[in-house]
Design a protein around this ligand. Structure first.
Ligand SMILES: *[C@@H]1O[C@H](CO)[C@@H](O)[C@H](O)[C@H]1NC(C)=O
Ligand SMILES: *[C@@H]1O[C@H](CO)[C@@H](O)[C@H](O)[C@H]1NC(C)=O
Ligand SMILES: *[C@@H]1O[C@H](CO)[C@@H](O)[C@H](O)[C@H]1NC(C)=O
Ligand SMILES: *[C@@H]1O[C@H](CO)[C@@H](O)[C@H](O)[C@H]1NC(C)=O
Ligand SMILES: *[C@@H]1O[C@H](CO)[C@@H](O)[C@H](O)[C@H]1NC(C)=O
Ligand SMILES: *[C@@H]1O[C@H](CO)[C@@H](O)[C@H](O)[C@H]1NC(C)=O
Ligand SMILES: *[C@@H]1O[C@H](CO)[C@@H](O)[C@H](O)[C@H]1NC(C)=O
Ligand SMILES: *[C@@H]1O[C@H](CO)[C@@H](O)[C@H](O)[C@H]1NC(C)=O
Ligand SMILES: *[C@@H]1O[C@H](CO)[C@@H](O)[C@H](O)[C@H]1NC(C)=O
Length: 815
């Protein structure tokens, strides 16, 4: 009897020991009406390149810069989701997901497909990257999103429902209506808006809005938009990364520091406080941040327990959720949402931190991205005309490279140097493959029309991507050998174009014929090599002061090209006696008797003051306009962060500390080249600013080419170089800038439509991104400036447009 009682006691003890150590956490909770519902959205924000390259982030290379390994994230998240069917996760960046996917076994791929099908793993946003919204062109945004979405559709049969632009530094109207509503997204979420705007929205409970980004597409352009109350990380005290962890919930009575009640109270307090700034009783907690979930169980273990104990407590209801589930709950709540128009630029996160410097950061890279983007358009059209060959040269590599170049630390110019080089390398690899395709397609099309005749087949079509430094060996070589050069010009746009084409040559007596054999007027302009410090050499050489045999010219002629088609022109050596291209008349302002120099062969003329070497007037003889117009340069000295507020001007932030005019230091203020096709006015302001203004005979606009840099910073002061075009237009503080190259938005200096602006940074706070152009106008005139890459700009003075062309800030701070 005694013995059996003892046995029973031992058994009892064993049973109760087992019960207290094992808890089956109940995480099945759905939405509970009438309670505050806390939607826990597990996520990892994985930059497709920033401090490390995209591949270094993926494999976890160069971890001394930043401990981040995306394959750890995806591996551990997948296994945590497979462990508990109630857990959810969203994944955003397809550039990373693709890298991971192709390394998995068929068996695991099948299980992951089930996770996607059941909604445990949801693709959100779904482009190759989380693109920037200030500096990309909308075509590139569509392309990079399409690439990711097509992949998700092909592999998983799904289409993302939600826009998740949590990190970009300001938000564009095009994002709302084109990459949001028109794309079929039900909602859009992000974190970064102006700190003044956020404070007001929290007070007024207007962090969640219906955003109507387009002025013309009214009903179809609306999208439910949620702005997070602070950032895209969890509320304080709920971070559970393995090496950055808030107090874990300790629910084992056999261990010390049991804290379930305390942690539940913390949870309820954080939920109530957020609900206080949110309409409806649904709130979202973004459970994750940059490169988190390296060891996913560290997060899921805590969330499992929180959901279990919080729901047992019952004051609020917690659930695993996704932005789609959250959106559906908001929709079902039948609330009226405030309307938001226009966009969310510029973005400041505190009084001296306007993130408007990156509109211009790395301008050469921004230019390269834009050029590759148009080349991709051409290559795709030609690929289609000839027929796609997926094993031969195609546009896939260029498409991939361009897609990740739209990332918010890529084209934005905010990445580290070795990362910038990595993006450029990828673009270059893509270009080389696309170039092969373009050459063979154009040769195929041209030959099929026998433009050169069977006796002269096109053997080799070469392209000249470095025309920006007048580098084109084929054109120089062929013509110097006395052979003819066939120039094929392709027009990817849907309308006929008449453009002046310029080709570097190194012979003088040339003649241009069109494909029907008709002679075309042409002009030779001496090459001035603005990328080298000996650039004046060529002008002087032309003026007869330099050794012979080194002459080099631009051959310019006017080409006419049909829509989505090409034209061919033949350049050959002229007979000694016959007609040939006109050599430009070159004069300098030095010793010029006229105080005014007039340039322009057509109805547009520009007048320059010879002594001062600057533009003074604009004349259009067709529209009978004569107007004052001046162009100047200046620079902002960057705040170096030694102020009371240690915010320095950096890759992102523009914080000027002073503004200084840049006067011309050149002894020869102007060099003017004139001829039948175009006039050029060259100005070398100093050893690092060179400018060419071009006026084409048949056009009513002037074209300006800037060559700026290296910016001298040996005085220890960072500089941001600007140019101003000043007119007498009465513009009443108003100017217009485009949204991602698509439509124009009205801007008013020192003013925001949504709130009473407190002006802290009168320059930086009035800068806006310019992708396509900026204009000012009054009752009688308009001044428009179109750009060939994205830059920052403003109108800080009535009648004036200012563009920031280049910047070199010290120290180079990554925020
Ligand atoms: C788990 O929680 C859900 C909702 O909170 C509830 O309906 C269900 O009965 C619970 N299951 C168990 C086993 O407690
Ligand atoms: C690691 O980063 C440094 C820059 O901090 C760079 O110089 C180096 O090349 C990187 N390593 C690799 C393998 O890219
Ligand atoms: C709710 O917000 C109001 C004002 O916005 C504030 O005074 C109050 O303290 C807040 N309550 C909680 C619980 O956060
Ligand atoms: C596709 O490209 C490959 C590699 O260049 C070539 O061998 C093949 O003939 C091409 N196919 C077609 C249909 O042109
Ligand atoms: C010319 O263009 C190439 C890219 O195509 C760029 O890398 C280079 O910096 C440019 N050079 C100048 C002087 O603008
Ligand atoms: C212009 O200068 C660059 C860099 O100095 C050089 O690579 C290029 O060949 C030069 N072009 C001409 C036409 O001399
Ligand atoms: C001076 O300028 C006027 C007006 O542009 C022009 O008609 C005249 O030919 C110029 N004279 C010289 C010497 O360039
Ligand atoms: C601002 O510029 C002045 C010189 O103009 C310099 O003395 C000062 O250190 C600068 N301040 C900061 C914070 O950059
Ligand atoms: C200038 O703009 C303001 C609004 O920004 C407007 O109230 C005012 O009438 C305008 N003035 C003129 C002269 O157009």
């Amino acid at each position: 009897m005694a013995i059996s009682m003892l046995l029973a006691a031992v058994l009892l003890a064993a049973v109760s020991f087992g019960e207290s150590s094992y808890i089956a956490y109940n995480t099945t909770g759905g939405i509970v009406p009438g309670k505050i519902n806390v939607h826990l959205v597990p996520h990892s924000h994985d930059d497709v390149g920033w401090l490390k390259t995209v591949d270094q982030y993926y494999v976890g290379g160069n971890n001394s810069i930043r401990g981040a390994c995306v394959q750890n994230v995806i591996d551990s998240v997948i296994s945590a989701l497979l462990d508990d069917e109630n857990r959810k996760f969203i994944y955003v960046e397809m550039a990373f997901f693709q890298r991971w996917w192709r390394q998995q076994s068929k068996k695991l791929q099948t299980r992951v497909k089930e996770l996607v099908k059941s909604g445990q793993l949801e693709f959100i946003n779904g482009g190759m990257c989380m693109h920037d919204e200030a500096t990309p062109h909308y075509i590139d945004l569509i392309d990079q999103t399409t690439l990711g979405h097509r992949y998700i559709k092909d592999e998983f049969g799904q289409t993302p429902r939600v826009g998740w632009q949590i990190d970009p530094f300001g938000h564009s109207a095009v994002q709302a209506y084109l990459l949001g509503a028109e794309l079929g997204f039900d909602s859009l979420f992000f974190a970064r808006i102006d700190y003044q705007d956020r404070a007001r929205r929290k007070d007024e409970k207007t962090l969640e809005v219906v955003w109507q980004g387009s002025k013309s597409l009214l009903s179809t352009s609306q999208i439910f938009t949620g702005i997070f109350p602070r950032h895209y990380d969890p509320p304080d005290g709920f971070v559970f990364e393995i090496n950055d962890i808030s107090p874990p919930i300790q629910d084992d009575v056999l261990l010390f520091d049991y804290n379930v009640e305390e942690r539940v109270n913390d949870f309820v307090a954080a939920a109530v406080s957020q609900a206080n700034v949110t309409r409806t009783n649904h709130i979202m907690w973004t459970m994750g941040t940059d490169f988190r979930y390296q060891y996913a169980n560290s997060w899921f273990r805590q969330m499992d327990k929180l959901i279990h104990y919080v729901n047992k407590d019952g004051r609020v209801n917690a659930l695993y959720s996704t932005p789609s589930i959250y959106t559906d709950a908001k929709y079902a709540a039948n609330e009226i949402w405030p309307l938001k128009k226009d966009d969310f630029f510029p973005y400041a996160d505190h009084p001296n931190a306007y993130w408007t410097g990156y509109f211009t950061s790395r301008p050469a890279f921004k230019g390269y991205v834009r050029m590759m983007s148009s080349y991709y358009l051409v290559a795709r059209q030609l690929e289609f005309f000839k027929g796609r060959n997926s094993t031969g040269p195609n546009t896939d590599a260029l498409a991939d490279a361009l897609a990740i170049a739209q990332h918010h630390d890529a084209v934005s110019g905010t990445q580290r140097q070795h990362v910038a080089a990595d993006y450029a390398k990828r673009l270059s690899i893509g270009y080389v493959e696309a170039e092969e395709l373009v050459s063979s397609s154009l040769a195929f099309m041209a030959e099929s029309r026998l433009i050169t005749g069977p006796a002269n087949p096109i053997t080799k079509l070469q392209q000249c991507p470095l025309l920006n430094i007048s580098y084109c060996p084929p054109s120089e070589a062929v013509l110097s050998d006395g052979k003819s050069l066939v120039v094929v010009i392709y027009n990817p746009l849907g309308w006929k174009r008449e453009e002046v084409v310029r080709i570097p040559v190194s012979t003088e007596r040339l003649i241009v014929h069109d494909s029907s054999g008709k002679e075309i007027e042409s002009q030779l302009l001496p090459v001035v090599n603005a990328s080298s410090h000996t650039r004046n050499f060529y002008v002087k050489a032309y003026l007869g002061k330099s050794p012979s045999g080194t002459l080099k010219y631009w051959l310019a002629f006017s080409a006419s090209v049909p829509p989505l088609g090409y034209s061919t022109y033949i350049i050959s050596s002229a007979k000694q006696t016959g007609a040939s291209s006109t050599i430009s008349k070159v004069q300098t302002s030095e010793g010029n008797k006229n105080s005014t120099i007039e340039v322009g062969q057509g109805s547009l003329k520009l007048l320059y003051s010879a002594d001062e070497g600057k533009l003074t007037h604009y004349i259009n003889s067709r529209s009978l306009v004569t107007a004052f117009a001046e162009q100047s340069y200046s620079y902002y000295s960057g705040n170096d962060g030694t102020d009371k507020d240690p915010q320095a001007s950096g890759a992102y932030v523009f914080r000027p500390n002073g503004t200084f005019p840049i006067k011309s230091e050149g002894q020869v203020p102007l060099t003017v080249m004139q001829g039948p096709i175009l006039d050029e006015v060259h100005q070398e302001l100093n050893p690092w600013i060179y400018q060419v203004m071009r006026i084409y005979k048949g056009k009513e606009h002037a074209e300006v080419e800037f060559t700026i840099g290296p910016i001298p910073v040996d005085d220890g002061v960072g500089k941001e170089i600007t140019t101003q075009i000043t007119t007498t237009l009465k513009t009443n503080k108003t100017f217009y800038t485009d949204s991602n190259g698509r439509d124009f938005i009205k801007r008013i200096r020192d003013y925001r439509a949504d709130w009473d602006l407190q002006v802290n940074q009168p320059v930086a706070g009035n800068y806006y991104p310019i992708n396509l152009g900026v204009y000012v106008q009054d009752d009688s005139m308009e001044l428009s400036v179109l750009v060939d890459r994205s830059v920052g700009g403003s109108s800080l003075v009535d009648g004036q447009i200012e563009l920031m062309l280049h910047r070199f800030v010290l120290p180079f701070v990554i925020c």
